[in-house]
Every structure is written in C-alpha cells, then in structure tokens.
Design a protein. Structure first.
Length: 276
C-alpha cells in the first residue's frame, strides 16, 4: 500500500517492494517474535499450568482428521509458494503484488475442484467496498490540497531532522493506529510521508517509510479496533465460547505495543543513524 498512492503530479510515495520489506524489517520482526513469546510466557503464566485432563484431550486429538481435503491442501501450498516467489521476483518479473496475488487466486480456482460460487461467497465484499471508498476519499484529499497542507505543517515541525522526524513518526503512528485502523491510517499518511521524504531530499527507501510501517503495524496491536485482524480474532474467540472483552484485549495489547515500539525505536536509531 505504501507504494501505490500517487497524486495528479505523479508523486510516487515509495515504490517499496516485497524484498525491501524483507531486507529492512525482517531482522526486527524476528527479534519481536522472540520478545512476544517471552511476553506471552510472562503475561499468561497462569495458563501454562499443567492440567492432566486437558493434556489427555490434546494427546487424544488426531491432527490428520483436521485435513478434510489433502489434495486441495497440497494445491493451495504449491500456489502459495508460487505467489511468494512472484513477490520475491518482482524486480525481474515487474508484476505488482496485487497482480501476482490475483493470478495465484485464479490459478488455484482453475486447478482445484472448488466451485467458483463457493469461492466468491467467501470474498469479503464489504471490506473491498470499504477500501474502494477509502482510496477515493484519500484521492480527494490529495487533489483538494489537504494532504499538501498537512505535509507542509509536518515539514515545518520536523525541519531537516531525520532522526527526530523518524522517531516522532514511528511513535505517533503507533499511538494513532491504536485508535484508528492501521490500513486507513497508512493510506492517509503515505502521500504525506512522500512529501516529507522529498522535502528532506531522501530516496524511495528513506527511513521515514520504515518508521511509518513499524509504527502503524505495531500500534495496531494496542486495541481491538487497531487492526482488522484483531476484530477477526475476537469473533473467532466468541464463536468458540472464549469471549475476549475490549478492555481485556487492551490490557495485554498495550503492554505488547509499548515493548515492541520501544524496541523498534532503538532499532531505527541503531540501523539508520548510529551504525549508518
């Protein structure tokens, strides 16, 4: 998304690729996964108590029974591998990730025995309509000059201080993404970040892009409404008679967000400034 929004002056926000995210964010993501596991062990330590009855129920499960269609599973895994390969080979193939994903979906429908109507019934049409309307509104804000005004205000506030601007953008994005779904937030901030990068004389891989990505992604963990995935998880928990309240989610989510954002601030400082 960070590389897809442009205005009538043909401003290209970042043109970031799948490989760019791997190079810049994969090392930090690996560290944060370990940190999350440690936090889970601490925050939910009472749940790790051994229970004979529950252990017996788990051991009695037959994992293969969960695979109702082994052939479809194999087909899906092969197509998934091809799609990921398409993402990685973007510099060679020059196909956008959206095109690669659509081609993968079409290929799986073609090679499998799944009915097209069944597939279309699973599509989140309301979500797609939401995103369509969202990007129309963002385009309107760009064309009417609202985004440019906000960009100029932020540019004057930050000045030429890349370190201060990056840390401020990361921290501010984390806070805002906790109360505003991170997808519309990033869609709004992408053209603004593009202007800031341009004013600083930076390139498409400027540190501000990674600050925005980290802040928006990690901040979405703070509350149940911070990311669409959170809402989905709460729905699944409710259906399985394990309801999670908004404040229960927020209690743990804020802890995880505070720790991971702090580590991310240190990562940005070390990688792009102290060790650059």
């Amino acid at each position: 998304m960070l590389g897809r929004i442009s205005d009538r002056h043909h401003r290209q926000p970042g043109r970031l690729t799948f490989n760019d995210f791997l190079v810049h964010l994969a090392p930090l993501a690996a560290v944060l996964v370990v940190v999350l596991l440690v936090l889970c062990r601490v925050m939910f330590r009472k749940s790790f108590a051994y229970d004979d009855d529950r252990a017996a129920e788990i051991m009695a499960l037959e994992e293969r029974e969960a695979i109702r269609d082994p052939r479809l599973m194999v087909q899906g895994l092969i197509v998934l591998a091809l799609v990921v390969a398409g993402f990685v080979l973007h510099p060679v193939l020059h196909y956008e990730p959206s095109i690669v994903a659509l081609l993968g979906a079409g290929l799986l429908v073609a090679v499998s025995e799944v009915e097209t109507n069944d597939v279309l019934a699973e599509v989140e049409w309301p979500t797609l309509a939401f995103f369509a309307g969202l990007f129309i509104m963002i385009g309107g804000l760009i064309d009417t000059g609202v985004v440019s005004e906000v960009s100029r205000w932020l540019a004057n506030l930050i000045g030429g201080n890349s370190l201060g601007g990056s840390l401020t953008l990361l921290g501010g994005s984390a806070v805002l993404s906790g109360v505003v779904d991170n997808i519309p937030y990033v869609a709004t901030m992408a053209p603004i970040t593009s202007d800031l990068v341009r004013d600083m004389g930076g390139t498409g891989h400027h540190v501000l892009w990674w600050a925005l990505a980290l802040g928006a992604d990690l901040g979405g963990n703070a509350t149940a409404i911070g990311a669409s995935a959170n809402v989905v998880v709460l729905g699944i928990a409710e259906r399985n008679r394990q309801p999670i309240s908004f404040w229960q989610f927020t209690k743990y989510g804020l802890t995880v967000t505070a720790v991971t954002v702090t580590i991310s601030l240190a990562y940005v400082w070390l990688r792009y400034f102290a060790l650059a």
